[in-house]
Design a binder for this molecule. Structure first.
Ligand code: AP5
Ligand code: MG
Length: 373
């Protein structure tokens, strides 16, 4: 499964991506997470990206595209991926299409998580992330039990440096100008699906899974798509906010968890998939080994069947030939008999004619003798 999650800052891309990772066992690839990891690691790439991030602007394509290329070529992305926060502009979308075309793995779905802009400011200013385990909270919608402390691991909760009103305003503007045009880009490719990103996180996740299964699963492709209910041009469906239901679920890591979170997910998926893969590989190997034997056995059976058929044919044909011969012989005998009979008849007739002629001659001789007398 190869999908892109599209949506404004704070729409819940990261939250939903983590739920999808758990369900479909494929990695989340978030450029925001990768960049933040580089910044906190103090790498050259991180230093170059930091200024743009703090200003709410897009980091340059040469940094982001290189990073994505590296990430997509890692083994855990072979079975699919969930792109979160990438692509963010037309050139990035085109570059992604080319990259995936080279890999022979085209994108299958672009899922827009649609949230009214009025919701976003509160979501972003209220976001808190555990610096240890990456668990995400929101002081308005899903607060921790103890303020500033992670429920899961007791770690300290941090606020992202770009989650202040001024930078959020810039990020939203950049989204409208550079990222929102991707809605048309993917609609033109018939890959766009829209899901209302308001309501409980679990309900949204269920709706997203439904769209994925309808759009990507070949057997369910005939069913009407979710876009029929929320057409791409229409206003998104608004669902009442539910604080309790919006509480974060266990395992929904954080955007700040960056590489650690990604690596953990990738490792987890790989571990879970390993025994299944082994069994599948064994089955394949056994099938491969058995294949020539099977083919040979099939050939022998076929030959035997052919010989049997021939024999049965001969057996059946033998009496037929004998009968034919007998009939022919009988016919010959009858014909010969007929010929002999005809010959006999002819001879008899000839004899009769000769006798008659003789008698007639005698009678004539006698008559002429009587006349002379
Ligand atoms: P990035 O990290 O991608 O940030 P973003 O796009 O601004 O999105 P966010 O991560 O802020 O929001 P989200 O949609 O993930 O929402 P979340 O699930 O966290 O990018 C950061 C920066 O990096 C960019 O500004 C740019 O500089 C740079 N960058 C990244 N990618 C780039 C690229 N491709 N090219 C160039 N530069 C790039 O949720 C937000 C909050 O809402 C949380 O508190 C959460 O708990 C809460 N929440 C989620 N769902 C719900 C719900 N249903 N109800 C109530 N609350 C909810
Ligand atoms: Mg995010």
């Amino acid at each position: 499964m190869r999908i892109v999650l599209l949506g404004a800052p704070g729409s819940g891309k990261g939250t939903q991506a983590k739920l999808l990772v758990e369900k479909y066992k494929i990695p989340q690839i978030s450029t925001g997470d990768l960049l933040r990891a580089a910044v906190s690691a103090g790498t050259e790439l991180g230093r170059r990206a930091k200024a743009a991030m703090d200003a709410g602007q897009l980091v340059s394509d040469d940094i982001v595209l290189g990073m994505i290329q590296d990430r997509l070529s890692q083994p855990d992305a072979k079975n699919g991926f969930i792109l979160d926060g990438f692509p963010r502009s037309n050139p990035q979308a085109q570059a992604l299409d080319s990259m995936l075309a080279r890999l022979g793995q085209p994108l299958q779905l672009a899922l827009l998580v649609d949230v009214d802009p009025s919701e976003l400011m509160k979501r972003l200013t209220g976001r808190r992330t555990c610096e240890k385990c990456g668990q995400m909270y929101n002081v308005y919608f899903s607060p921790p039990k103890v303020s500033g402390v992670c429920d899961k691991c007791g770690g300290k909760l941090m606020q992202r440096s770009d989650d202040n009103e001024e930078t959020i305003g810039k990020r939203l503007k950049v989204y409208e100008e550079q990222t929102a045009p991707l809605i048309s880009y993917y609609r033109m490719q018939n890959k766009l699906r829209r899901v209302a990103g308001v309501g409980s996180m679990q309900d949204i996740a269920r709706e997203i899974s439904h769209v994925i299964e309808q759009h990507i699963h070949p057997l369910s492709a005939l069913k009407p798509a979710i876009t029929a209910a929320t057409p791409s041009g229409a206003k998104p469906r608004l669902v009442a906010q539910n604080k309790a239901a919006a509480a974060p679920q266990a395992g929904t890591g954080s955007a700040g968890g960056a590489r650690v979170t990604l690596a953990a997910h990738a490792g987890e998926s790989a571990k879970k998939a390993a025994p299944k893969k082994k069994v599948a590989a064994k089955k394949k190997a056994t099938a491969k080994k058995a294949a020539p034997k099977k083919a040979a056995a099939k050939a022998v059976t076929k030959k035997k069947a052919a010989v049997k058929k021939k024999m049965v044919g001969k057996k059946k044909a033998a009496p037929k030939a004998a009968t034919k011969k007998k009939v022919a012989a009988k016919k010959k005998t009858v014909a010969t008999k007929k010929k002999v009979a005809v010959k006999k008849k002819t001879v008899a007739t000839k004899k009769k004619v000769a006798v008659k002629k003789k008698v007639a001659t005698k009678k004539a001789v006698r008559k002429s003798a009587r006349g002379r007398r």
